[in-house]
Design a protein around this ligand. Structure first.
Ligand code: ADP
Ligand code: MG
Length: 265
């Protein structure tokens, strides 16, 4: 009998801004919760976009955020179970972030074990959840390196634009480096096409370019996320696409992504 659970930790990464990382983190997370999974979302972006889009509109006013917890880890202070964790009405938990995380990231550079502070913060949560999803900032800096060091796998949202394949090369180099130096178990969950206008030939060509470049070595999710008005609107509503527009294309596509992720797990 298995006594302690161990969450699958997925980092949602792309150093480009606006590729659908935050939207995917929220909707994949809530979609997994709707399948009965215990899910923790972690906002690792000092901009706090995930925190805001889940309904905590003033992240700077939150007393405890990821930076509080990481500062404790850096100072070898213990973190009481559940500290700083917020509960969302749709059944997922959230460790929020705000601008303080930018200062923490700078302080991290001079600390021991600087790549593994987030992993340390999440250590006890690993036993409490089935999935932990890390929403990353649009850079390959210290916070993203911490996310990659803490993760079991990397999910890469990509907008099928011209040159999308080029940015991926740099990202995959960093993932390989983390795999070699800090996290030998790190895998690539897959590339997810987001904000897709599949009826444009241009979009088809750009997706094909990514498949040609990486399809042989990396899983590319069958499901793509279409560009929809409803998905753009949910960011300011504090709810998932499943509450906002349950019958639309956006909800359907994230539901299908949930199934693919469950099949990989
Ligand atoms: P990132 O976290 O990578 O910066 P976001 O998830 O914040 O990207 O998405 C960037 C912007 O695009 C946000 O305003 C978001 O609401 C919007 N957006 C995300 N996914 C979609 C989509 N599939 N269709 C339309 N708009 C989207
Ligand atoms: Mg984001």
């Amino acid at each position: 009998m298995k006594i302690s659970k161990k969450a699958t930790t997925i980092a949602i990464v792309n150093q480009k801004g606006g590729t659908g990382k935050t939207t995917t983190c929220e909707n994949l997370g809530i979609g997994l919760a709707m399948e009965g999974k215990k899910v923790l979302l972690v906002d690792t972006d000092p901009q706090g976009s995930l925190t805001i889009s889940m309904g905590w509109q003033q992240p700077d006013e939150l007393p405890t955020t990821l930076s509080t917890l990481m500062a404790k880890a850096m100072n070898d202070q213990s973190i009481p179970p559940g500290e700083g964790i917020l509960h969302h009405a749709e059944g997922v938990d959230l460790i929020p972030a705000n601008i303080e995380l930018a200062g923490l990231e700078v302080a991290l550079v001079n600390s021991m074990n600087r790549e593994k502070m987030l992993k340390q913060v999440l250590d006890s949560a690993k036993r409490e959840y089935d999935f932990i999803l890390l929403d990353c900032m649009p850079s390959l800096g210290m916070m993203t390196i911490n996310a990659l060091s803490a993760a079991d796998s990397v999910l890469i949202p990509v907008q099928p634009q011209y040159y999308a394949a080029d940015g991926l090369m740099e990202l995959l180099k960093v993932v390989k480096g983390i795999h070699q130096r800090f996290n030998p178990d790190l895998q690539i969950e897959g590339i997810l096409f987001t904000m897709d206008s599949s009826h444009y030939n241009n979009s088809k060509r750009n997706k094909q370019a990514v498949r040609d470049a990486y399809g042989a070595e990396i899983i590319i999710f069958d499901q793509t996320i279409p560009r929809t008005e409803a998905l753009a609107e949910t960011a300011s509503e504090g709810v998932s696409i499943f509450s906002y527009d349950a019958k639309g294309k956006g909800a359907y596509s994230y539901q299908a992504l949930v199934q693919e992720v469950l099949n990989h797990a």
